[in-house]
Ligand binder design. Structure first.
Ligand SMILES: C[S@@+](CC[C@H](N)C(=O)[O-])C[C@H]1O[C@@H](n2cnc3c(N)ncnc32)[C@H](O)[C@@H]1O
Length: 251
């Protein structure tokens, strides 16, 4: 793949990802977009549950499998190295688009809030999404979504792997992106059965994903990451640290 083609490919994948991310906000928040988590005509309970479980599993398998170093090593014999991350981002977007498209509404209300509490939960949920986006910039947004690798190929240099960093949220929790998703998914003013299935499944997936990601991070960054794990909570800040947060200079 020529440099210009690689850069173009990574830019297209990035735009598809970003639009998918924006759609995901509307889908979960039941706002703005035509098809949301609770919209549409509900079908019978069991087939709906089964279809949703398959859609969530397709996403989970794609997202975890393609992120593992062994898969990447094999995959880059087919896909050029500079386009690998963009291809991952593209497949993730496609798995999500499939989920948005075929998701079956399960509208039974599990719990419902009103007035100030409902407004608070809605705002909290949006803050969760904002935390996700801000955190991607904290650990290198353009590397995470493949643009850096694609454009580096065009400029003729080898991009260094993303460094280990612990700014802002990362000083207090190890996984602010995942924490942001969990906040966004659970802070629903009205929790339908379908939304609850989605929140439970994605939270379970995130917890399993963290186990795999931390195994890779420990292999990659060694003692720096083990010290970080001791110092900083996974999804919730550790108590008793007097709000100091992680300080790499202490290592
Ligand atoms: C989707 S991001 C999720 C990051 C993190 N788990 C979170 O929730 O904020 C996954 C990528 O972030 C990288 N990553 C995780 N923690 C990092 C850190 N402290 N510094 C740099 N990269 C990190 C991993 O290597 C992986 O490629």
């Amino acid at each position: 793949m020529s440099g210009i083609l690689t850069a173009l490919y990574s830019a297209i994948c990035y735009v598809i990802f970003f639009l998918t991310f924006l759609y995901a906000i509307g889908f979960v928040e039941n706002a703005v977009v035509p098809k949301t988590i609770d919209s549409g005509t509900p079908g019978p309970f069991l087939p709906s549950l089964l279809i949703n479980a398959v859609l969530l599993s397709v996403f989970a398998v794609q997202h975890s499998l393609m992120a593992r170093p062994k898969f990447k090593a094999a995959w880059t014999r087919i896909v050029p190295q500079p386009a690998e991350r963009s291809t991952y981002v593209l497949f993730t977007s496609l798995a999500l688009i499939l989920l948005f498209w075929l998701w079956q509404p399960m509208p039974q209300t599990m719990w419902e809030t009103q007035g100030g509490l409902a407004q608070f939960l809605f705002v909290l949920s949006l803050l969760g999404w904002a935390m996700v986006l801000v955190s991607t910039f904290l650990i290198s947004h353009f590397h995470l979504f493949g643009l850096h690798q694609g454009f580096a190929r065009m400029m003729g240099y080898e991009p260094a792997g993303g460094p280990f960093v612990t700014p802002l949220f990362y000083k207090y929790i190890r996984h602010p992106i995942y924490a942001g998703f969990i906040i966004a998914f659970w802070s629903a003013p009205v929790m339908s059965l379908g939304h609850l299935v989605f929140a439970v499944a994605t939270t379970g997936y995130i917890l399993i994903g963290i186990w795999f990601e931390e195994r890779d991070l420990t292999t990659h960054f060694g003692e720096r990451y083990t010290l970080y794990q001791k110092d900083v909570g996974m999804l919730v800040p550790k108590v008793g640290r007097g709000g100091r947060g992680h300080s790499p200079t202490v290592e």
